[in-house]
Write a protein that binds this ligand. Structure first.
Ligand SMILES: Cc1cc2nc3c(=O)[nH]c(=O)nc-3n(C[C@H](O)[C@H](O)[C@H](O)COP(=O)(O)OP(=O)(O)OC[C@H]3O[C@@H](n4cnc5c(N)ncnc54)[C@H](O)[C@@H]3O)c2cc1C
Length: 518
């Protein structure tokens, strides 16, 4: 049995990888060991640039049912301190409240529609590779079998067997002085304030949903994602003598909330058949794979990094890893990847993972108890009144401060290496926007002035790069070469010397040699 790419893990990252590869015409098999999708709730939504990145594939409109581009949020939190984003003219902190289970269902549906094979109840047991292929031993419902592929992607979560079998280290820290508890519950009036989503805790005060509250005993947060169904989470800065559990009693959650907020929140099991999903977790990990690639094997998502979930950065990081790797892997399968292209997955995405670990650790520090931290929070709160600090933190959390190295293609324009903004365009086919051009996950040379010289220079790459002439109100450049993941590979304006030569160099660097004429 052979295919182009095997993906271990049918979580959100494995499934998006399947969509990306199948969209590019690559044969892909996803191995997911669970026969049915797990019911335990995980992510409540996506936060950051990833929402726009999924919009660039048409998935935001399709999955959310909302028309038009996503809109950034006017405010957020950093380490439970308010981040007033209304002071910025624009920001990339988009928030899309979609339960992870729903996101996985939609991605699986899309991947199947594009031709990916999703095999549920199939567990990767072992793998080995040669210079040309990877072989995977699988335990399926009908027994063991082997499958060979050109590449393997380990999207098999934090305990990744793929990472372990490749001998890739997972350095970092595990903080044992910490216990988290969470569950889905019903909270009745008068504590649940009808119509507001707020909680009025007798003798303590009012709490708002989707907001972290730090007290001297810990951290409390909750959200209401369906009417009457509260997702409560509470963290205490104390080690637990008990082990991690998915069957914790409801009373344990209620007692922990009482200790942290200082008042009682009566709660009962959810009505309507939803699982209570009660969970105790001890310790917190911040770890990152020391390499994202081992020969023909790549890691993506939680297999590559784990960190605190404060601010919801996990899927922003993981899904953008996938969008970064997907088109490069497809290029390698199709045989046009220039030398070194696959190496840029590590050089571009590993530093991004490091920054997420840095800011989630910084937020964890700001959430810790003690008078010194309270003073640090006061100072940090003052700094967050400065517009430039708000910009810095918003970009950091959104992953909007990314600038990939494009120097291999020669002197760079200011846009090179950065995210391509979603500008409105008029083309000969009508009105569109950048998101409309990138849906097929192909590279685009966009000319925003009369630059037939550049369109001509790109003709030999027509099998890999779409050339589109458009007009826009305030062109950011005269021509922009956009990678399939939405980042600018090269750009030129009127003052760029010998732009056709520069464009050809960039095309070769990112998309390989010119096509051989038939
Ligand atoms: C309680 C909680 C709340 C969270 N909230 C948020 C949030 O609000 N926002 C956010 O962005 N992130 C959040 N996260 C993080 C987010 O859930 C993870 O980053 C995400 O699940 C990672 O996806 P993944 O596909 O990399 O891995 P996983 O979701 O772990 O999926 C890996 C898959 O691989 C399968 N698998 C494992 N081993 C094998 C094998 N050998 N063979 C075949 N299949 C295998 C597993 O069964 C699993 O389905 C939260 C996490 C938790 C636990």
């Amino acid at each position: 049995m052979t295919t182009d790419v095997v993906i271990a893990g049918g979580g959100p990252n494995g499934l998006l990888m399947a969509c990306e590869l199948a969209l590019a015409g690559v044969r892909v098999v996803v191995l997911e060991r669970l026969p049915e999708r797990a019911t335990a709730p995980k992510a409540n939504g996506l936060v950051g640039r990833v929402v726009q990145a999924l919009d660039y594939r048409g998935l935001y409109e399709r999955f959310s049912g909302r028309g038009g581009p996503p809109v950034p949020v006017p405010g957020f939190q950093f380490g439970a301190l308010p981040l007033d984003l209304s002071v910025l003219a624009s920001n990339a902190l988009y928030a899309w409240p979609v339960p992870q289970r729903r996101m996985e269902e939609l991605l699986e549906q899309r991947a199947r529609e594009l031709g990916a094979q999703i095999r549920r109840g199939h567990e990767l047991l072992a793998m080995r590779q040669t210079a040309d292929s990877v072989s995977v031993d699988v335990q399926g419902p009908q027994g063991r079998y082997e499958i060979a592929a050109k590449f393997l992607v380990g999207a098999d979560g934090a305990h990744s067997i793929v990472r372990k079998q490749c001998g890739i280290g997972f350095p970092g820290v595990t903080d044992h002085g910490f216990t988290g508890r969470s569950g889905q519950v019903t909270i009745h009036p008068p504590v649940a304030v009808p119509g507001t989503g707020e909680l009025q805790v007798p003798g303590v005060g009012r709490f708002r949903p989707a907001t972290f509250t730090r007290t001297e005993n810990g951290l409390f947060a909750y959200g209401m994602f369906q009417p009457g169904l509260y997702r409560v989470s509470v963290h205490e800065w104390a080690p637990s003598p008990l082990e991690d559990s998915d069957t914790m009693p409801l009373e344990e959650l209620r007692a922990a909330v009482r200790r942290v907020v200082g008042g009682d929140v009566p709660m009962s099991e959810p009505a309507g058949g939803e699982p209570p999903a009660l969970r105790r977790s001890t310790g917190a990990n911040s770890r990152q794979a020391d390499r994202y690639q081992h020969g023909r094997v790549f890691l993506a998502g939680d297999a590559a990094h784990v960190h605190s979930g404060v601010g919801g950065p996990g899927l922003n990081l993981g899904l953008q890893d996938v969008l970064n790797l997907g088109w490069k892997l497809a290029a390698a399968v199709k045989g046009w990847a220039p030398e070194g292209l696959l190496d840029t997955y590590q050089s571009e995405r590993h530093p991004v993972g490091q920054r997420v670990i840095m800011h989630t650790r910084a937020q964890t520090a700001l959430l810790s108890p003690g008078a010194n931290i309270t003073a640090l929070r006061e100072l940090f709160g003052e700094l967050l009144r400065e517009q430039s600090t708000v910009r810095h933190i918003a970009d950091l959390m959104a992953g909007a401060d990314i600038s990939y190295d494009t120097s291999g293609a020669g002197p760079a324009h200011a846009m090179a290496g950065r995210w391509m903004p979603d500008i409105a365009l008029r083309t000969e086919k009508g009105s569109t926007r950048i998101a409309g051009l990138l849906r097929p996950a192909r590279a685009v040379l966009l000319t925003l002035a009369d630059r037939t010289d550049l369109a001509d220079a790109a003709k030999d790459w027509a099998d890999r790069v779409d050339v589109i002439a458009a007009a826009t109100a305030e062109p950011p450049a005269e021509a922009v070469l956009i990678r399939p993941d939405g980042y600018v590979a090269w750009a030129a304006d009127g003052g760029t010397p010998r732009p056709a030569d520069g464009l050809r160099r960039a095309l070769q660097t990112w998309f390989g040699g010119a096509a051989v004429p038939c």
